[in-house]
Design a protein around this ligand. Structure first.
Ligand code: SAH
Length: 397
């Protein structure tokens, strides 16, 4: 039996929760220490026992659970999950109908009313990511709801229960048809190879779709493009498809080489005409400076935090320095695509990093475009802090 726990909410937090704030923060709970099982239903009440919202308990790095409904009588069952999934799918009708984009996010956690759960679509296959044991305790109900609501060819899942969101290794196949990987998906007419059963990542970060498109359509023709922290080279493919004079992809993960060759190959691009380097980006900056190499376009999309044997890199601390390194090998009038998915600072602060880096490099710049999450990555109304992606396209003057 699922535990039901009544929790008193702190007066301060009531206002946010009533306005639609979806996250249940540990600090918001006035009830003194009780032991709660993952997946318990939480009845949030004020100090007089007045109903505020219903949620579930699931420990994540950012909170202890998520609000599911503000209707006191609503039950958290298959019908509830089916309604949420149906509403989310209806919002993505244009994506489902698209012929040149066959990979997108169908359900974006708190933005679609269930924090801790995301569902992505890859050409008929569905990838469900679970961010706590609490939400995973609803697995049977959610899968039943998913299969009755959408036409699923096959279902895969990722378990990211560790409170830092780290992936748990397992066979990720759940049900239906098994995919043949690499599975080829389309994005604005480009092909991308994905694998839904090969560790934490699939081969493509869907939230950068609009950035790849603008890189291809507006910044690549006849340009030399450096793609740092390139992973499978998704930005390099976009640049090459946009007519780049050449691309250079740099990532220190050994498997990035084969994955990047594959992404070029599925687009009919001869990978030998492109440069793919398995190396530390910071070593590459030194190498390029020594050789006098400069680029027309530099893409910066580092992980929020990275540790190698020699150094640690944190976007919150080191982004200005990263920009200065990039600036040193960017041509005059060149373009820097500066991206970060670090949720701990906002776009304003990120723009501050950019200002700082240019000031210290004695250079002027113009911001040409700013991107945050695309429309399929829905975020809760009134709470822009859930919009973690920040991409600024900068022209060096
Ligand atoms: N920009 C990519 C996603 C980057 S994921 C895309 O759009 O698909 C982060 C990548 O950074 C990982 O592939 C990881 O191997 C790489 N990485 C982390 N630290 C690095 C470093 N110091 N030098 C080079 N690559 C690094």
């Amino acid at each position: 039996m699922r535990q039901i726990v009544e929790l008193h909410v702190d007066a301060k937090a009531i206002k946010d929760l009533t306005n639609g704030y979806p996250l249940i923060l540990k600090d918001a709970i006035a009830t003194t220490e009780v032991s709660i099982e993952e997946g318990s239903i939480l009845h949030l009440v004020d100090k007089n026992g007045g109903y505020i919202a219903t949620g579930y308990y699931g420990a994540q790095n950012k909170g202890i659970g998520w609000v599911l409904t503000r209707k006191e009588k609503e039950k958290i069952d298959v019908k509830f999950f089916a309604k949420k999934i149906r509403e989310a799918a209806e919002k993505r009708a244009n994506f489902f109908a698209s012929e040149d984009t066959t990979a997108f996010r169908v359900f974006n956690g708190e933005g679609d009313g269930i924090g801790g759960l995301t569902i992505d679509f890859f050409n008929g296959f569905y990838m469900v990511s679970w961010y706590s044991e609490g939400i995973y305790s609803f697995r049977d109900e959610v899968y039943e709801a998913l299969n009755e609501t959408l036409n699923t060819r096959g279902v895969y899942e990722k378990l990211r229960f560790n409170t830092n969101g780290q992936y748990i290794e397992q066979d990720d196949f759940v049900s239906g048809e098994k995919g043949e990987f690499p599975l080829i998906v389309q994005e604005n007419g480009m092909n991308y190879a994905v694998d839904l059963n090969d560790g934490a990542m699939t081969g493509i970060f869907l939230d950068q779709r609009n950035v790849r498109k603008t890189l291809r359509d507006n910044y690549s023709m006849d340009k030399t493009v450096l793609n740092t922290f390139s992973y499978t080279g998704a930005f390099s493919v976009a640049a090459a498809m946009g007519g780049a004079a050449g691309t250079t992809s740099v990532d220190l993960a050994k498997r990035s080489l084969a994955k990047t060759i594959e992404q070029f190959a599925v687009n009919g691009i001869d990978y030998e005409s492109q440069d793919i380097k398995v190396m530390n980006v910071f070593d590459y900056f030194n190498y390029a400076a020594r050789k006098g190499l400069k680029f027309d376009v530099v893409v910066l999309d580092p992980p929020s935090f990275a540790r190698t044997k020699k150094m640690t890199f944190s976007t919150a601390k080191d982004y200005p320095k990263l920009l200065m390194d990039a600036l040193a090998i960017t041509n005059d009038k060149g373009i820097i695509v500066a991206s970060t998915n670090n949720a701990s600072f906002n776009l304003k602060k990120f723009n501050g990093f950019i200002e700082k880096a240019f000031a210290e490099s004695n250079k002027k710049y113009k911001i040409l475009e700013q991107h945050q999450l695309p429309e399929d990555f829905t975020i809760p109304h009134n709470f822009p802090e859930f919009n973690y992606l920040k991409v600024v396209i900068i022209q060096v003057l």
